[in-house]
Design a protein around this ligand. Structure first.
Ligand SMILES: [Zn+2]
Length: 174
C-alpha cells in the first residue's frame, strides 16, 4: 500500500446523491517511480489528471486521461531521450464489486491510484526514439542481420512442423 498522501482519492458522496450527476476533475497527481525496462516517469514529477465522473444508481463511472513526462534511452543511439505521454483509462466503481471490472468504493470516495499507475505503465514507450529520424550509431559498430528472400526459402526445415499448427479460438486450457 502506498502512503496515503501519494494516493489519488476523489470524494464522491456529493456526486452520488443523484444518478446522472456528473463531475469534471482536473488536478495534478503524484506519480513518481514508475518504470519499465525502456522508459520511466522521472521521480518527483506530477501528472495532470483530467477525468469525468458520472453517478449511476449503484456506482460511479470514471473516464480519465493522464498527461505525464517520461524519460528513457533511444532504441537506436542509446542517448537519453524524453517525451510526454497522454493515456486514457476508464473504471467503474460499484456497490457490488465483483473482484474484476467492478471496483469497490473506498468509503465515500473512489481511489484512482491503481488505474492511473497501470495506464501510465502501459503507455510508456516500449522503444523510445530521441527523434523520429535518429540514424543510430555508425552501422559498422552494430552489424545487423539483413533479411532477404533467400532466407525464407532456406529456412530450417524443422520449422515446417509449425506450419501444421492452427490457432483454435475455442481451445481453452485455463
Ligand atoms: Zn537516437
Amino acid at each position: 500500500m502506498r502512503p496515503a498522501r501519494d494516493r489519488i482519492v476523489v470524494p464522491v458522496a456529493e456526486l452520488r446523491r443523484r444518478p446522472g450527476n456528473r463531475m469534471v476533475l482536473e488536478r495534478d497527481v503524484p506519480i513518481g517511480d514508475l518504470a519499465t525496462s525502456s522508459a520511466a516517469v522521472p521521480s518527483g514529477v506530477s501528472a495532470t489528471l483530467t477525468a469525468t465522473l458520472e453517478s449511476l444508481s449503484d456506482g460511479v463511472t470514471v473516464v480519465g486521461r493522464i498527461h505525464v513526462p517520461w524519460e528513457g534511452s533511444c532504441r537506436r543511439c542509446l542517448d537519453p531521450c524524453v517525451g510526454e505521454l497522454d493515456v486514457d483509462f476508464s473504471e467503474v466503481f460499484s456497490d457490488h464489486p465483483d473482484g474484476g471490472d467492478l471496483l469497490a468504493f473506498s468509503g465515500d470516495a473512489v481511489d484512482l491510484t491503481d488505474a492511473v499507475r497501470e495506464a501510465v505503465v502501459l503507455g510508456l514507450p516500449l522503444a523510445p526514439l530521441c527523434r523520429e529520424d535518429c540514424a543510430g550509431p555508425e552501422p559498422s559498430a552494430f552489424p545487423v542481420a539483413v533479411e532477404s528472400e533467400g532466407a525464407v526459402a532456406t529456412r530450417d526445415p524443422r520449422w515446417a512442423a509449425l506450419d501444421a499448427l492452427r490457432f483454435d479460438p475455442e481451445a481453452d486450457d485455463g
